[in-house]
Design a protein around this ligand. Structure first.
Ligand code: IMP
Ligand code: MG
Length: 185
């Protein structure tokens, strides 16, 4: 779709934003990640687990490129950067699909401190899956507090707050097809 055809992002929506990655670049990266996942899970029956809310757009783009027998579920966690380096986290919305013996692929919007991804992976591993891997479209490695292995990694971003492509600021901007950096207020 050409720029300008979808008129939702007028200047009033993006006035505090600076463009970082356009939709074509993002979609090309989704293609590349889907190709790797397609190869690695060929003949398997993965459970794709999206982390709410931020991953919903990436997950929707990704699974539509996968020619695999797969199921989709979602979890929501809240992580708190506590005084201890590991932080604390809480599962706010649990999975509704059994995980025992499944090949699970966690789909994250962004890995920042790593607390959320670490929390989701530990939660899933307690349920006895065959394997758990992590796919994230964006990664801010400079911000990491806990080590997280990202098996399928999209863009490495600098330490800036970003919005669009599922990512929000106070629940706004998630619907923007491109990725933007928030300017300081
Ligand atoms: P964590 O710090 O790795 O646990 O990331 C927690 C969550 O914070 C991510 O899944 C995102 O939903 C959100 N997040 C982290 N960095 C950004 C950002 O730059 N913009 C919007 N949301 C973010
Ligand atoms: Mg997230």
């Amino acid at each position: 779709m050409a720029h300008g055809e979808d008129a939702v992002e007028g200047p009033s929506v993006t006035s505090r934003l600076r463009p970082l990655l356009d939709r074509e670049k993002i979609q090309a990266m989704v293609d590349a990640l889907a190709r790797q996942i397609q190869q690695d899970y060929m003949g398997k029956n993965p459970l794709i687990v999206g982390t709410l809310k931020g991953s919903f757009i990436f997950l929707a783009d990704l699974v539509r490129r996968l020619d695999l027998q797969l199921q989709v579920d979602f979890v929501m966690v809240q992580s708190y950067a506590g005084t201890r380096s590991t932080g604390r986290c809480r599962v706010v919305l649990p999975l509704s699909t059994p995980v025992q013996g499944r090949d699970v692929l966690v789909v994250e919007d962004i890995v920042d401190t790593g607390l959320s991804a670490d929390c989701v992976i530990k939660y899933l591993k307690r349920k006895g899956p065959s394997s758990v891997r992590l796919c994230a479209i964006f990664d801010k490695p400079a911000r990491r507090k806990v080590p997280v292995h990202v098996d399928y990694r999209g863009f490495e971003l600098p330490d800036e707050f970003v919005v669009g492509y599922g990512l929000d600021c106070d629940q706004s901007y998630r619907h923007l097809p491109d990725l933007w950096a928030m300017e300081e207020k």
